[in-house]
Design a binder for this molecule. Sequence first.
Ligand SMILES: [Zn+2]
Length: 403
Amino acid sequence: MPVTNGQNGTRGRGRRALMDVIRRRGPLPRIELAELTSLSRATVTTITAELIEAGLIEEIAQAEPGNGARRGRPRVDLRIRGAAHLVAGVKIAHRTLSLVLMDFNFSRLAELEVPLPAPCLSADAMTDAIVGAVDTLMEKADHCRSELSGIGLGIAGVVKAARGLVLWSPSLDARNVALGDQVSAALDLPVFVDNDANLVTMAELGFGLGRAHSDFIVVTVESGVGMGLVIDGQLYRGAGGCGAEFGHVKMHPDGPPCRCGQHGCLEAYVADFALLREATNLPDFDTSLPEDVQLSRLLARAGAGGAARAILDQARDIFALGLANLVNIFDPRLIILAGGQVKSNPLLSAQVVEKMKEAIVQVDRPTPEVAVHQWGDRMWALGGAAYALDGVLDLALSEMRDD
Ligand SMILES: [Zn+2]
């Protein structure tokens, strides 16, 4: 009889379900695992024995709470075995790489931030930068690269996650880059690539503000605008795996040029590059300074009103219109605006929500909750690590056999 392997049979699905519950809710005793997964106690006993043998989970004795006089066996919980695998999360940002090293139980072991030589690189130069940064990260944590089980990589742009293919990204100077394969070959490791906003969304779903919601939208605001869409508890990627490109919805047919090559995209009004393009028209605006200095000067001048204020107001109003379009299409309960510079970013201000409400089709029900969640670059890297943990778990489970 052929030996079925993998995770698609009943046994495989049971393993995955138990691992997911232990990761999210553990440590837990077997009896609660049976209740939470609707698997029989016998099945839970069999599968957890396999998972212990595979080194993915471990037993931990818990003292019985309360009654010290009570005798009997201590309660035994099951938890993820942290030492089972190490993964690294890597976020490719505009000017930096942010990395985090995590164990299988989601403990952070080390973090690192390194500058990129330029915001837009060739695939070879980006791969070299990632390989160098991963080695530095492992050195910092007193580990070596061979101890890693996988890497999760987040990049802005249009990504076919299942194939690790970057169709377009502002961080790469070419289209259709097989970045996953290239970095995987250079590091000799499994590499899981996804759009960075999707990674933030998965992190919000797993352990962030989206935990208690089955339908919500994450809009990321940094140098550009990204989006992740959760429908019925699942990240929605679109039929071709490239959906939810909120930054490139069209706001005007004759609008300004965008980095994607088209015109009138939302990003072409609200992203950093768009604000700086408008700022070149301000009197005495020094465009020879580094971009981040130009941006902070623009923000400072906007505080005094005038033309600088008008630039940010326009960006905010266009962004609010875009959000209202999302609400009109998807009717989410919750929109999470995720970004780093919450205090200084006009796109994360209270006026955005007011403007958005004005453009929502008025029906007799409350408008969605809008939450602002401050994410540093390291939190984006955590999303990458969460994605890598998921991929590494899939690989580990697919190696288990049903014989
Ligand atoms: Zn565009």
